[in-house]
Design a binder for this molecule. Structure first.
Ligand code: FES
Length: 575
């Protein structure tokens, strides 16, 4: 039997166990909160890092869930302490939650480091909260279990199913084209988000919670349970029970993470037809475990990983359907032969043991490698003179006719330029044009806002055009769709080739050939480069200044350079 920790070996004993002036303070202040000595003495202290907030629409049930986690911790003989962390509410936070992902990661790491904590339950789900919490926990490397918020229920409009994000973009275009009324639009607004929980399409939230589970951070099928299902409450309680055991077993994030587990994560990303944001987050999470994942790895692994889940925005169904069809464990069991099932997980068992016997109940929702939606993963990495360090396209969400396309560029210099001009009836574009948005990258945005699904100009919408080739250094919401080339690196703000494109230049997109080419001679590009002027810094102080000085480019995961790797950080002195 594996060695178990003894109570006197608990990290929290440094605060509670000594007989000195400081530990008197720690104990008397715990008593001040109404706890008895029996509540904490010799017990693992479990931090419940909760990203609940009144401003976070997707996490509105997490206060309740925290109580259920606590119930589990008490049952298993632990001492739960809830610790709120910054909540990244995707829709409300500006310029973008991505600017604050690393902030949450730092806060998580430092909460765990600076307080008497032996293990943690991480509570999140809305897009960047998953990677933010996990990056911090991986760096701190104390036992950690992830509790995903769970997807919201299906949206509904006059009996039609509505999907988060995807149907917003779709009906917004119909409104602008004059095909639906203001009243229709208002009813859609009232019906699309009708319960707590994260977006229920295969957007960034469900992509990342599923990848987190596949990496071994959550209990089996935790990521698929709808937020308001009673199974979700029970999963919360079980997570609380399990983390206490993980402390005694000393099972830490870096014990479960390896190149093999990240390859599994990439295969799951592909099988889900997951969000393009997933690439950035997987690279950043791996970086915290000291594992370097170049963009090429997504290509190598993706070519052998089929796209299996028939879910919007690439397919037809929603997360509720996915859960009823068997959920993530059903999908993983169905693709077992493609996975490395020997990797360890938070249950203390291997991935293979966790998924054994799981079933697929609806083969139209969850396919198998024998009957995939598409033989290759849908996230494709492009290179070429327009993206020397890479760009990404979600081919499964694009119009197949546009995957090989050349057209005249229409360049928007930044978001405001685009917003001012895209509905201009005299805009010089046709259905074959290539829309380009620049200065929307990690520094230019800043934070790479999700502007990458550039709107189709109104005059083309009226002609029935619903997709065009669009290129930017921005990201795109995981719920978006269209032929959108994203994450162009290096970004235009720092002088990447996107900064040199002029309206009228020909751009060639070749997804099967993995190429993105600006058809302009090297000599002309050199001339334009010589004339390019760097931007002055946007921030003179505050978090924005730290962000600008340390953020890495999209192909490197957008972590801060000083947070990567596994170099030890000293434990705090207690005196
Ligand atoms: Fe929170 Fe989509 S807005 S998950």
């Amino acid at each position: 039997m594996a060695k178990r920790k003894k109570p006197e070996e608990l990290r929290s004993q440094r605060w509670f166990g000594a007989q000195d002036l400081r530990s008197f303070g720690h104990r008397s202040r715990a008593l001040q909160m109404g706890y008895t000595r029996e509540d904490y003495k010799g017990k693992p202290v479990i931090a419940i890092v909760n990203t609940w907030s009144d401003v976070n629409h997707c996490h509105s049930h997490l206060r309740e869930r925290a109580q259920e986690v606590k119930r589990g911790v008490w049952q298993a003989g632990g001492f739960p302490l809830e610790m709120p962390a910054i909540s990244l509410a995707e829709v409300f936070q500006k310029p973008t939650t991505m600017m604050y992902r690393n902030f949450l990661a730092m806060e998580t790491e430092e909460l765990l480091r600076s307080y008497p904590v032996d293990g943690c339950v991480l509570m999140g789900g809305c897009d960047k909260t998953t990677p933010g919490l996990l990056m911090g926990a991986i760096s701190m490397n104390l036992p950690a279990i992830y509790l995903p918020a769970g997807p919201m229920l299906r949206g509904n409009w006059r009996g039609k199913t509505l999907g988060s994000g995807s149907d917003v973009w779709k009906y917004w275009d119909e409104l602008r084209a004059g095909n639906i009324t203001d009243r229709d639009w208002r009813e859609i607004e009232e019906g699309i988000s009708r319960s707590p929980g994260t977006c229920m399409t295969m957007g960034t939230a469900s992509t990342m919670t599923s990848v987190a589970e596949a990496l071994g951070f959550s209990l089996p099928n935790a990521s698929s349970i709808p937020a308001v299902d009673s199974n979700h409450s029970r999963m919360a309680e079980y997570s609380g029970r399990r983390i206490v055991e993980m402390v005694w077993e000393d099972l830490k994030p870096r014990d479960i993470l390896s190149e093999k587990s990240f390859d599994n994560g990439i295969k799951v990303l592909m099988a889900l037809g997951g969000s393009t944001n997933g690439l950035i987050h997987v690279i950043a999470m791996a970086g915290r475990a000291g594992i370097r994942i170049p963009l090429e790895r997504f290509e190598e692994v993706g070519r052998h990983a089929p796209y299996l889940v028939n879910m919007r925005p690439s397919g037809k169904y929603l997360m509720e359907d996915f859960y009823y069809a068997g959920g993530l464990v059903g999908m993983l069991e169905g693709m077992r032969k493609l996975l490395d099932t020997d990797v360890l997980t938070c249950t203390g068992k291997t991935l293979g043991e966790n998924i054994a016997g799981a079933m697929i109940h609806n083969p139209d929702v969850i396919r198998t490698p024998e009957n995939p939606m598409q033989a290759e993963g849908g996230l494709v990495v492009l290179r070429g003179n327009l993206a020397p360090d890479g760009a990404v396209i979600k081919s499964t969400a694009a119009d197949p006719k546009l995957l090989k396309h050349a057209g005249r560029a229409m360049v928007f210099d930044d978001y405001n330029d685009m917003a001012a001009r895209f509905d201009d009836p005299n805009l010089d574009v046709d259905a074959g044009s290539v829309l380009v948005l620049r200065n929307a990258g990690p520094l230019g945005g800043p934070g790479m806002p999700e502007w990458g699904m550039l709107p189709i100009p109104k005059k083309l919408l009226k002609q029935g055009v619903r997709d065009m080739v669009r290129i930017s250094d921005a990201r795109m919401s995981g719920t978006s769709y269209g032929t959108c080339v994203l994450h162009v690196a290096p970004e235009s703000w720092v002088g990447g080739p996107l900064a040199l494109v002029k309206t009228g230049d020909i751009i060639e997109l070749d997804v099967p050939g993995r190429k993105l080419t600006l058809k302009v001679s090297d000599a002309e590009l050199a001339k334009r480069r010589a004339a390019w002027k760097p931007h002055p810094p946007k921030f003179q102080r505050g978090y924005g200044k730290i962000f600008a000085e340390h953020i890495k480019q999209a192909n490197l995961g957008c972590d801060f350079d000083f947070l990567e790797g596994t170099t030890p950080t000293p434990e705090p002195e207690i005196h």
